[in-house]
Design a protein. Structure first.
Length: 309
């Protein structure tokens, strides 16, 4: 996007500032003398629009790209539809759906225990309850990091820190997420081994997973840990071995657990927890072991603090 589209001419800006014609011309002379240097500095100050939108806590960077392509983003009243466009957050008027965005005054990091029956989005076209409605007393605009489907429960991170959100959602970060799953029946050990090694989903092999038994019964509970997050991945993996998922709850994200959080409750992350997430180096260094390893299982009460029904 050209600079002319984003900036008025020096004389026009001077007149808009209330200067006379002579003063405007003097400013214009200074612009011509120093303009090349200023333009170079301006380029360094510019940032991609999707990053600005994500850093402002409006939505994730990926969703921001969709907003740009849909023509819902404007810079200085000019609608932008081209990815890669840049702007200066300090000088340009950037709007999303007509709403002026600004840098958040401070970053907020929340851990929510989502109940069943809520969608992990800021808004929902079907008017279903969203996780945002559970954040009573939170004035800052935040958005969920990743998704947890409507029929599942458990941990969801929310923040207005776009940089950290993108780090956590990036495939390369391999952030482990642990789920407790109630199945329709008892899977064969060889089928579980297939899931642990990885199966083809959407033309791409899943990363190694760790699965262990929590409660042996007609409709057993299992714990599964993944280091990636695809669409309905846990449900689809078990469906591939002929086992329907009756209940699904996310109980751990990296080192964060649901301990002390009842369904519908949330808490702020501590500064130390935020630092650990920013410096995340992988599962082995957090004591999680390799995803393919099997460990002896404890009872559901010892692992989760509640009795699985």
């Amino acid at each position: 996007m050209s600079r002319r589209r984003l900036r008025a001419s020096p004389i026009r800006r001077a007149k808009n500032d209330g200067l006379g014609v002579d003063a405007a011309k003097r400013r214009c002379f200074c612009w011509r003398a120093c303009g090349p240097l200023i333009r170079v500095l301006d380029l360094f100050m510019q940032v991609r629009l999707q990053k600005i939108i994500a850093d402002a806590g409006v939505t994730s960077r990926r969703k921001a790209e969709e907003l740009i392509l849909q023509g819902r983003v404007s810079v200085n009243d000019a609608v932008i539809t081209q990815l890669g466009s840049k702007a200066d957050v300090e000088r340009d008027r950037i709007r999303v759906d007509g709403r002026l965005i600004q840098r958040p005054s401070r970053h907020v990091y929340l851990l929510l225990n989502k109940p069943v029956g809520y969608v992990s989005t800021v808004s929902d076209p079907q008017r279903r309850p969203t996780v945002i409605s559970l954040l009573r007393g939170v004035k800052q605009r935040v958005y969920p990091v990743g998704r947890l489907d409507f029929h599942s429960s458990g941990l969801v991170l929310l923040t207005n820190d776009g940089k950290l959100a993108n780090l956590l959602m990036a495939r390369a970060s391999a952030i482990p997420r642990t789920y407790h799953v109630k199945l329709e029946g008892r899977p064969e050990p060889r089928d579980l081994a297939k899931l642990e090694r990885g199966i083809a989903l959407d033309g791409r092999r899943t990363a190694p997973a760790r699965i262990r038994l929590l409660a042996q019964r007609d409709k057993p509970w299992y714990e599964i840990t993944l280091t990636e997050g695809r669409y309905h991945q846990v449900r689809r993996m078990f469906e591939r071995i002929g086992q329907a998922v009756l209940k699904l709850k996310r109980v751990r994200i990296a080192f964060l657990t649901d301990e002390g959080l009842a369904p519908g409750q949330f808490r702020h992350l501590t500064a130390a927890e935020v630092r650990r997430l920013r410096n995340w180096k992988g599962m082995d260094k957090e004591g999680g072991g390799r995803c393919g390893d099997r460990t002896a299982s404890a009872s559901a009460k010892e692992l989760h603090g509640t009795i699985l029904r």
